[in-house]
Structures are given as C-alpha cells and as structure tokens.
Design a protein around this ligand. Structure first.
Ligand SMILES: *[C@@H]1O[C@H](CO)[C@@H](O)[C@H](O)[C@H]1NC(C)=O
Ligand SMILES: *[C@@H]1O[C@H](CO)[C@@H](O)[C@H](O)[C@H]1NC(C)=O
Ligand SMILES: *[C@@H]1O[C@H](CO)[C@@H](O)[C@H](O)[C@H]1NC(C)=O
Ligand SMILES: *[C@@H]1O[C@H](CO)[C@@H](O)[C@H](O)[C@H]1NC(C)=O
Length: 357
C-alpha cells in the first residue's frame, strides 16, 4: 500500500509542481511570501522576493525555464483557457478543445506578441468583445481551424499577421480590420465569405491576401495599393472589372483559378498590367486567351474552353526588343488543336521553357 501511494505521489508530482524543485528548491517559500506571508501592513517593507520563473505557470502547461517568455499549452485536451502570466509573450494553445475566450483572459498578459489558438472549437458567441483590448503589442494571431462565424472584434492595431482560415466566417463588417496599419498578411481561406466590400481598403501595409475557397461572387471593391499577392481561387467569380488591377501597381501574383470567369467578364486589358509576374486563371470558362503584359512570366490557363492559340494575346507586335517574358504557359485541357500554333509564336514566346498543350 505504501509503495502504491508513493508511486501515486510520484506521478502527480511529475505533472505538477514538483518540477520546479529542479532549479529552485525554495520556490514555494518565495511563493508563500508573495501570496500570504505578511508582517502587518506590507507596503513600506522590503520587496517581495522574486518568484522563480515557472512557479506562476498554469499546471496544465509547460513554461520552459530557459525560455521564460513562452508558455506551451498545446495538444493537452484542454476545454478552457488557462490563465496567462504577465511575463508571457508567446502563448501556444493550439490543438485543444477550447470553445470560449472569456473577457479578461489576457488581462495580465499585456505583453503578448504571438497567440496561437488554432485547431480548437472557438465559437464567435463565446469570444469576449474586449479580449484584445489590453494587447498593444500582439503581432500574430492564429485562429485557423476553429468554429468562428464572424471576425473577432477589436483586433489589436499592432497585428502583422491574422490567420482565420478554415472557420465558418460569413459576416464581414466593413470596420473589421480598421486601423491595422501594420498588417502584412491576412489569411481568410476556407470560410463562407460572400462579400468583402471595402473592408480591406485601409490595410496600408497588406502584402499577402488569401480569400480562396469562399463564396465570393465579386472581387473586393477596393484593396490596399501595397498588395503583392492575391489568392482568390475556388470562389464564384464571373468577372473582373476592367482596369481593376491598374489600381494595384505592386500586384505580382494573382490566382483566380476554379471560378466562373468567361471572356465576357474580363473585357479589354484587364490582365495586361506590367506588374504581374504570375497569373493563374485555370479551370474557368474562358474560350480565348486574354491579352497579358509582356512582363508576365507564368500563365496558367489549363482546364478552360480555349479554342484558339492567339499569339496576339502575348505580343501585339514582335521584333528584336519587343517580345514576351513568358516562361511557363499551361494550356492543357482546352480545345486547341495542336497544329493550330501560328508560325510567329516562337519569336514572341522566345523565353518560354515549358508550354503544356
Ligand atoms: C491576473 O493577476 C491577478 C493578480 O496576480 C490574479 O488575481 C488574476 O487571477 C489574474 N488573472 C488572469 C486572467 O490571469
Ligand atoms: C465545432 O465544429 C465541429 C465540426 O463542425 C463540431 O463537431 C463541434 O461540436 C463544434 N464545436 C462547438 C463548440 O460548437
Ligand atoms: C506600426 O509599426 C511602426 C513601426 O514599427 C510602429 O512605430 C507603429 O507604432 C506600429 N503601429 C501600431 C498601430 O502598432
Ligand atoms: C498591353 O498594354 C500595352 C500598354 O498599354 C499595349 O501597348 C499592349 O499592346 C497591350 N498588350 C496586348 C497583348 O494587348
């Protein structure tokens, strides 16, 4: 019996407070000092001895002593948020069963820089409206793979990256991302977003935007001029307004594959913009190759209904100095006959390494 008790003690000991003995056997004395031990009115007395770093770590989590600003609570079957001590900057709660983030959850941890909450079951109705109000230095938040139906309110303006993919977000209020002047990457793929409107306009540092796998019928009304990568594949887009890309002079990578684009919906010079390097329009309903700029290097058009190979879509005219920079062109799964390639094609596409027919 004694042996059994001893073993039990050891096993309890392993997962909770006994671990601190390893680096400071007196941590609990310090703890008592700070918590209860009092010689009457405490204010004018000597300062409370500092706690060893990990004594404030929630039992369920791990706070490595050699990395005092990090707290690991990931993959532990947690159903609730453990508290976050004030010194923590990097908090990892991913892959648990957490469904609620109550107001006050991060009230002490005002120095948080990274917050990982992905792979939980967080529902929008259980996210406190003020959870972020004290987080003035938060740079990255990971909320992908949860049960959110709307974008959390009051996101800190300090954010650089927001991960909200693989939720059930459909509502997208226009002030969702207000004031996030340092946001560079926004991940919203695999949700149920139907319309974005002007909600992204003010994100003046945004470089990477992923809204693929949603239900968009219309491109955002306006995007930030800083944007370089726009991923919109797997939506329900049937058109791109003429001149749309002219407003985004830094845009280099555009993916609109697996949508419902037709040539009627992309009239004029929509994709003939000099900044584009890669354009993916595969798996749409195009029957002609749209005009593209000579600077374009990768063009994906496989899985459309293109009938004719028109070299004029790449080069309005061809000479020594005027030719296309295209390196990769994919056209397989269309209706072009292999013998229908015009003879001046090699002159225009002289940089092409790979042409898939
Ligand atoms: C914040 O710190 C106070 C004082 O140490 C403590 O009483 C409270 O429980 C803490 N709250 C959270 C959410 O960690
Ligand atoms: C979250 O979504 C999953 C899958 O749809 C579901 O099984 C689970 O019950 C949901 N959790 C909550 C808290 O709503
Ligand atoms: C954005 O970044 C700049 C430069 O690092 C910084 O000075 C500014 O305070 C940041 N803005 C916000 C809202 O955090
Ligand atoms: C693309 O636009 C430029 C300048 O606006 C124009 O000169 C060129 O002919 C256009 N390219 C095609 C393939 O229409």
């Amino acid at each position: 019996m004694k042996l059994l008790l001893f073993l039990l003690f050891i096993s309890v000991c392993n997962v909770s407070w006994c671990q601190y003995d390893e680096y400071d056997s007196h941590w609990w004395i310090a703890y008592l000092h700070s918590q209860q031990y009092s010689y009457g009115p405490s204010y004018d007395y000597e300062p409370v001895p500092a706690l060893p770093t990990a004594s404030d770590c929630p039992q369920e989590c791990e706070c490595p002593p050699n990395y005092p600003t990090a707290m690991y609570c990931d993959g532990r079957d947690l159903k609730y948020m453990p508290y976050v001590p004030a010194r923590i900057k990097y908090a990892y709660f991913q892959n648990n069963h957490i469904s609620a983030i109550p107001d006050g959850a991060f009230d002490n941890a005002t120095g948080l820089v990274w917050l990982a909450l992905h792979g939980n079951q967080i529902v929008s109705d259980k996210v406190g409206r003020k959870i972020f109000s004290k987080l003035r230095g938060l740079e990255r938040i990971y909320l992908q793979h949860n049960n959110l139906t709307r974008i959390p309110t009051g996101l800190p303006r300090s954010l650089h990256e927001i991960h909200l993919s693989s939720n059930q977000i459909s509502r997208f209020p226009s002030n969702s991302f207000e004031g996030l002047e340092n946001l560079t990457a926004l991940y919203l793929h695999e949700n149920q977003i139907q319309e974005v409107g002007n909600a992204l306009k003010g994100l003046k540092s945004l470089v990477h935007l992923d809204i693929s796998n949603n239900q968009l019928r219309k491109l955002p009304d306006s995007l930030p001029g800083s944007l370089e990568q726009m991923y919109m594949e797997y939506n329900q887009l049937s058109n791109v307004p003429n001149e749309y890309f002219k407003s985004y002079p830094r845009l280099q990578y555009v993916r609109i594959s697996h949508n419902r684009l037709t040539n009627d919906g992309i009239q004029g010079n929509t994709f003939n913009t000099s900044s584009l390097v890669e354009l993916d329009l595969s798996f749409n309903q195009l029957n002609r190759i749209p005009p593209v700029n000579t600077n374009l290097q990768h063009l994906y058009l496989q899985g459309n209904k293109i009938e004719e190979f028109s070299v004029k879509s790449f080069c309005t005219f061809v000479d020594i100095t005027s030719f296309s920079q295209l390196q990769v062109l994919r056209l397989e799964g269309n209706e072009i006959k292999a013998n229908a390639i015009p003879p001046d094609t090699p002159l225009c596409l002289r940089k092409a390494d790979i042409i898939h027919m």
